[in-house]
Design a protein around this ligand. Structure first.
Ligand code: CO
Length: 141
């Protein structure tokens, strides 16, 4: 069974502009936002916006081969891209999803929080792309 909601992924054309939105419109302190970092292997730049009980993950295409480039072409202002739930053990979660007939989109790989993640096709979950992320062993980051 899935654990806590870790974050909601929002794809944006510009992380810096999106950070300004959370700062100016929603009064999120700059200290509640992480530095923007790059995951070249996944073709994204990302940053987290910490809110009271969860996080918003801002993701921006990195490079022409970025898997979210097409999403931005279809949604030029950005949009909600995925929802991420924590799981205890990623390989057990992957095996359970496969056993239930779900379409797992990738082998477990290290995600933005430094723990392994998989993605489940939106067709399996009411049109929503679901990320399953192994719970960090230490404190939540
Ligand atoms: Co994510």
């Amino acid at each position: 069974m899935i654990g806590r909601l870790n974050h909601v992924g929002i794809a944006v054309p510009s992380i810096e502009a999106a950070k300004a939105t959370y700062r100016d419109l929603y009064d999120v302190a700059a200290s509640a936002m992480t530095e923007t970092r790059e995951l070249p292997a996944q073709g994204v730049r990302f940053a987290f916006v910490n809110v009271g009980n969860s996080q918003i993950e801002l993701i921006e295409p990195l490079g022409a081969e970025s898997p979210i480039q097409r999403f931005i072409e279809r949604n030029p202002n950005g949009g909600q891209h995925h929802v991420c739930f924590e799981v205890e053990e990623i390989y057990a979660a992957r095996d359970a999803m496969v056993a239930k007939g779900a379409t797992v989109l990738n082998e477990p790989r290290i995600g933005a929080h430094g723990t392994p993640v998989i993605f489940i096709h939106p067709k399996n979950s009411n049109g929503v792309l679901i990320e399953l992320m192994e719970t960090p062993k230490a404190a939540h980051s």
